[in-house]
Ligand binder design. Structure first.
Ligand SMILES: Cc1ncc(COP(=O)(O)O)c(C=O)c1O
Length: 377
């Protein structure tokens, strides 16, 4: 049996285009090795332009971007923050860093994103108990946009700060508007498995340049204007380095191609696997354009003739990496006992869901082999 390392085909490996090395070489030649520098400014500018956001702060991870978004939203000890249960733990951990309380909301069966109706019931219930939510984190899961008409309306109606976790959805649009630009803050991630990578990194998309400035200030140890080291706020060491930003600039030159390829990969899986009626796919509603960061499937064992775990092990035996879908936060030992508003969908999706190799460097030959293995069960 293959070990975790040494797969022949990985789930979503980095995919360099060659331009990255030119930008990194420039950073070396100009000796901008120290943190910050011209590639950081240019990377921020290209992210803001691509997404259509007013401003952007490049940071060392998506997690730190989310942490700063919560701090700047005024989330502190005892505050309630609403977030989906079906997500990666990084969407939730920064709430705990702030001493605040996450409240988990279940998802819709078709897009797997947070259910707006259930979310409104939760807000009303929490308000009736005197626990008005301070912020709401929407996640665009696996690159599929959430219903941003519904969530912007909810946040306006109940005066809640809207934060979008767009870590998985760079290149995804809701009604032609890029994900991460609806709320006051949008979070991007460039870790090794994302649509584009800087080896590790993230960014905070902001609606105002003042917010982006404040994020950069907090992320650089909150140093006040003074010749000496003066601090009137708690700071963080969260900025992206000039070297990582240079990688990001190279990756930006192929971003649209990378998204197009991931969408083609999704379509090829769908065409190939749909012959088995026990395998189903997420639904992309009209005017939603997913980045298809990862292709995810549901395997209904009775109709498919095999379970998700059997499929995962079949692929593993051929040294092909696949992964169960995110385990919902309300089922995680660390979040046991936190309030959760549930409808059963996320638990079902976790039991029957599998993420398939979806990297933009996946060859059609390899993908066809994966499809054939899955069809054999
Ligand atoms: C939904 C989601 N949120 C947040 C993150 C955190 O991003 P990072 O790994 O850059 O800290 C990730 C990815 O890792 C993610 O998938």
């Amino acid at each position: 049996m293959a070990t975790q390392k040494g797969f022949n085909i990985y789930l979503s490996p980095p995919h360099m285009c060659g331009q990255e090395a030119t930008f990194v070489q420039d950073a070396f030649t100009s000796n901008w090795i120290a943190p910050l520098g011209p590639h950081v400014d240019a990377f921020e500018q290209s992210l803001a332009t691509f997404t259509g956001s007013t401003s952007c702060a490049a940071l060392n991870s998506g997690t730190s971007a989310l942490h700063l978004a919560l701090i700047m939203s005024g989330v502190g000890v005892g505050d309630v923050v609403i977030c989906p249960t079906l997500t990666f733990s990084a969407s939730v951990n920064p709430i705990i860093y702030q001493g605040a309380m996450p409240v988990f909301i279940d998802c819709l069966a078709d897009t797997w994103n947070m259910d707006p109706g259930l979310c409104e019931s939760a807000i009303l219930d929490l308000m009736a108990k005197g626990k008005r939510p301070k912020a709401l984190i929407v996640v665009h899961l696996y690159g599929m946009p959430a219903n941003m008409h519904a969530f912007t309306q909810l946040c306006e109606k109940y005066n809640i700060t809207l934060i979008e976790d767009a870590a998985e959805s760079l290149g995804a649009y809701f009604h032609q508007q890029h994900t991460g630009t609806f709320g006051r803050f949008g979070v991007l991630s460039f870790n090794g498995n994302k649509v584009i990578t800087t080896s590790g990194g993230g960014a905070l998309l902001c609606q105002t340049s003042a917010d982006a400035e404040q994020a950069r200030f907090l992320a650089t140890q909150a140093r006040d204007q003074a010749p000496h080291y003066e601090h009137s706020q708690i700071g963080y060491n969260y900025r992206l380095s000039n070297i990582c930003a240079a990688i990001g600039r190279g990756q930006m030159t192929v971003l649209e191609d990378r998204v197009a390829t991931r969408r083609e990969i999704w379509a090829r899986y769908q065409a190939g696997l749909s012959v088995n009626p026990g395998i189903s796919f997420t639904y992309e509603p009209e005017n939603y354009r997913s980045s298809r960061w990862l292709t995810t499937i549901l395997i209904h064992p009775e109709q498919a003739g095999f379970t998700c775990e059997m499929a995962r092990n079949t692929l593993l035996a051929h040294q092909i990496e696949s992964r169960p879908v995110w385990k919902p936060m309300h089922l995680q030992p660390i979040f046991k006992g936190h309030p959760a508003y549930l409808n059963g969908h996320s638990a079902n999706i976790f039991n029957q869901g599998l993420c398939l190799p979806s990297g933009s460097s996946l060859s059609t030959t390899d993908q066809d082999m994966i499809i054939n293995l899955l069809l054999q069960g």
